[in-house]
Design a binder for this molecule. Structure first.
Ligand SMILES: NC(=O)c1ccc[n+]([C@@H]2O[C@H](COP(=O)([O-])OP(=O)(O)OC[C@H]3O[C@@H](n4cnc5c(N)ncnc54)[C@H](OP(=O)(O)O)[C@@H]3O)[C@@H](O)[C@H]2O)c1
Length: 359
């Protein structure tokens, strides 16, 4: 936990922050912005106005942000389907990129009761690649004291997806065998650790270069997808999390127990229009006809899940995996690296180096 002294020291400086926030739109900040969809080349480092906040929102002094696949989808506007989910059909509605965030509360809307000025928080914001970000209060939790800002900044988006996939959706039980396809990435590195914490026997699938990472997270077995077709194996799993790989549903069913569950979390390289959501539709349509349960979900971004994740982080059952770190100006490089598939675990964007509290 944050000590009272830490918080008092910080609050001592808040008059400057609050004063700066009074005429909020007049206050500036640097941020990574985009005016059109495209590769990381569309991103620019610019000085813009700080965001304003609504009654149920919080203004965060961003210390670090996290990079995830959802951020890439928002940058490219692909698959096109996501543009119709309220993000902007021809251009991004929100110019500032980034969801995962960790920082300090420097402003609260009138309806916000869970947070106060000076609180250290993490969660999901509306544009975290910036010095300041607005976030819905119900998408934030208090930062576990044992985590640095950069660790907390990469935790929420992938962590709550893994948590829901294994528990709320996958109903994983101790002693069960779980196959995690895409174990070296953002969601996968969380899923391996959580599944072990839940008492499962874990098999993690990734590329050769990242197998040591997956092993180090506690996986009992690892499979290199470039050498072995996992769906040809004899072993059957009680639960399969398909996070990467785009295997056919019929092939995945071959390595599922008779009453096992397949949870399709995601997978890149689908078509430009729907992202290959056909697999998910097929799974849902087939499932009622089978003893096996085939399902998919969209992660719920409520603080209830972030708080549950925070319990695991506080207890050390999950340790965020930071593969690479970049400064705010270098965020386009981070996005290039993610697009190339070179990232391991999560990439952190360091907005304010540890210990530095500006305002
Ligand atoms: N349903 C939801 O609500 C939700 C939420 C968050 C994310 N997602 C989706 O979930 C997917 C993964 O997200 P992420 O952030 O974890 O991405 P990520 O960090 O890029 O990880 C992707 C993983 O897939 C693996 N992979 C790639 N090709 C594979 C193959 N042929 N077979 C098996 N594994 C393969 C990668 O392994 P190597 O790096 O070793 O090649 C890596 O472990 C994305 O499609 C994302 O959009 C869905």
């Amino acid at each position: 936990m944050q000590t009272t002294r830490d918080k008092r020291n910080y609050l001592d400086r808040l008059p400057r922050v609050s004063a700066a926030l009074e005429p909020e739109s007049a206050s500036s900040m640097t941020a990574i912005v985009q005016d059109r969809y495209g590769s990381a080349d569309v991103l620019r480092f610019e000085t813009i106005d700080r965001p304003t906040i609504g009654e149920d929102e919080v203004l965060i002094e961003v210390h670090a942000a996290g990079v995830d696949r959802g951020t890439e989808h928002l940058m490219t506007g692909l698959p096109y389907l996501i543009r119709f989910a309220g993000y902007g059909v021809t251009r991004p509605k929100n110019r500032v990129l980034g969801f995962d965030v960790a920082g300090i509360v420097v402003g609260t809307g009138a309806q916000v009761t869970r947070f106060a000025l000076g609180d250290e928080v993490f969660g999901i914001a509306k544009g975290s690649f910036a010095e300041y970000a607005a976030a819905a209060a119900d998408k934030l939790a208090h930062k576990p004291a044992n985590l640095s800002f950069e660790q907390a900044a990469v935790a929420a988006v992938s962590g709550i997806t893994a948590l829901q996939a294994l528990t709320d959706i996958g109903n994983l039980q101790p002693g069960e065998r779980v196959l995690i396809l895409g174990a070296s990435g953002g969601v996968g590195t969380n899923a391996v650790q959580l599944a072990k914490a839940l008492g499962a026997e874990v098999t993690g699938v990734a590329s050769s270069a990242k197998l040591d990472l997956v092993r180090s997270l506690g996986a009992d077995h690892v499979i290199d997808y470039s050498r072995t077709n996992v769906t040809d194996g004899h072993l059957r799993y009680h639960l399969i999390l398909d996070i990467g790989g785009r295997n056919r549903v019929s092939h995945l069913r071959r390595v599922l127990t008779r009453a096992g569950t397949l949870v399709i979390v995601g997978g890149e390289n689908g078509n430009r229009f729907t992202g290959g959501v056909g697999r998910q539709i097929q799974a849902i349509a087939l499932s009622p006809l089978l003893r096996q349960r085939l399902t998919t979900f969209i992660s719920a971004e409520h603080h209830e899940f972030i708080d549950r994740l925070a319990d695991h982080l506080t207890a050390g059952r999950v340790v965020p995996v930071i593969g690479q770190r970049f400064g705010l100006k270098q965020a386009p490089q981070a996005m290039h690296q993610l697009a190339a598939g070179d990232a391991s675990g999560k990439t952190a964007i360091i907005v304010r180096p540890e210990g530095a509290r500006h305002s």
